[in-house]
Design a protein around this ligand. Sequence first.
Ligand code: ZN
Length: 484
Amino acid sequence: MITPYVGDRRTRQIYGPPCAYDGAMTSAVDPPIEVAELLVRDAELLVVDSGWEIPGGWLAVTDGRVTGVGPAGSEPEARTTVRASGRLVTPGLINTHHHIYQNLTRSYAPAVNGSLFDWLTTLYPIWARLDEEGAYVSAYVGMAELLMGGCTTSSDHLYVHPRPHLVDAEIRAARDIGFRFHATRGSMTRSVEDGGLPPRSVTQTEDEVLADSERLIGAYHDPGPGALVRVALAPCSPFSVTRSLMTATAELAERHDVRLHTHLAEDHDEDTYCLETYGCRPVEYFEETGWMSDRSWVAHCIYPNDAELRRLAAAGVGVAHCPSSNMLIGGGTARVREMRELGLPVGIGCDGSASTDHASLWMETRAALLLGRYRGGPGAMTARDALDIATRGSARCLGRDDELGHLRPGACADLVVWDLHEVALAGALSDPVEAWLRCGPARAWTTVVGGRILVDRGEPRLPGLVEALRVHGAVARAMQGRST
Ligand code: ZN
């Protein structure tokens, strides 16, 4: 639990527990900054990291990195200044689970009220129409949506490959925007004919999957600090890939030192499927195929039993908590509090646009707050806990908590300025972080990725967005078989 803010905005005092950072909490870092490229100043509250907040604070950026933070009165010179008076500044929110291409079939009426398996089998044939153009515009539009909801880094799990080079198209969109992107090369190899759920039209052979995975790592994975693009490997789920692909993928990830991602323990139907097909429960299957390691993070993880949860924690497996998706699918929800108490890294995920139907990480973070309190009572989750999940926790899931998920000097300059002047926040005077997540809805006022302003005064600075939306509409209509 993060200690609650008990500040009073009139006093401009600093509250909260001491933090691990050994620099001064109230002064600019040493050496002094000459002229910063970007300065965000006069924040109502600057959240530098979980447990480190500076009322009235400033933050300086040069070369894509945070170069200093401090209290009012010690600001450096800067070439560009964002005045954040009356606004909250937080680290950028990080999305650990998404299927961006699904925004082409958002809220698809024939599927919305079925079970997870009904929903999937209705949509698989439509997703089989996905092509490179569709992958590009869905990513471009999806990343614009993420930026407007305060997200600065997202992973994406693209697991249908009816045509080649779809992940390449997503990465091209991320680069065109300047978005920080972890592409995960999804896969499905177990079609209906092989006893799986998806039709043959969206599955591939094991050799095709492994060859393309290796190609994508070689072409795009940047293991270095500050990377804008990384690649991870992501067989879809126990009911859509073969055991041998799970094992071979884990070995490939080890060989190339990339991360592993999959869906795990999302649905009771999955328990039944695993017991009948593999003779064990999903978490046991995960373990047997070589995935039980801190290289892995998994989506949902709703149904592990107590012993399985302890094994996942001991191995350091991360969990992408997807509260809206879980509630919409209507099965169950993850035991986030217990997971965090056991030390599992828990991050936030919006999940696919066709199951969650939105991709605002602010909304997901708020949903995590509501769900945490609904499950565990008023002491179970604070706004700061939820923010910690969406920043620090998510960064741990992606293996990047050294430089993402916080704004300590040296971190990647990924941050969000949130307006507290909104009508919906009138009267919320005592705690900007609780106000930010309890009131709303909130949209990012400014979003900065790697020091670049990509949302400015609430509007995306993306020159290709109008055209991408036009093409997106045409592609979505074609995929859904609609003339209008
Ligand atoms: Zn998913």
